[in-house]
Ligand binder design. Sequence first.
Ligand SMILES: [Zn+2]
Length: 169
Amino acid sequence: MEKQPHKLPKYLRVDPICINKINQLHPSLITHALDIYYDCRKNCIPLHILWTKRTYEEQDLLYKFGRTLPGNMLTTKRGGYSPHNYGLAIDFCFEKNGKYLLYDDIETYPRYKNFWMDIVFRFESLGWTSGWRWPSFEPGHIENLLGKSILEHKNEQHKKNWIDGFGNL
Ligand SMILES: [Zn+2]
């Protein structure tokens, strides 16, 4: 981990929880995310990583919100059908003084909106896709399917689980 000057306010220091989450991404994507995360912190952009990889079970639980559980809908995808299930997506926000700021919270602040867009553009320049551009508008979601479809990833994982299962016999 990089050394941080002590003078930085707490919300700009490197957060080990974020680093942990970035390290759960697909191995081909970790460097992209780490570079951007460190650069943001260096440039006083309070990037926070909310989610990277989710298990099928976590995904299914999220899917229930706004459907069979009260609250807002959090995802349109069941377990196995989200790029998060394969470590191919990041949900980010900003974090200031322990408070999470989502896109809706910062949209009207030009400086923060620019920070947000810098992050989106930087990931896009590395081949990622941003939910900011989707009709469903998910400005904090970015993903990189590494040139495959989600079903291909699902089938690969299924095969891997099946082979790993034999290893345990
Ligand atoms: Zn997401």
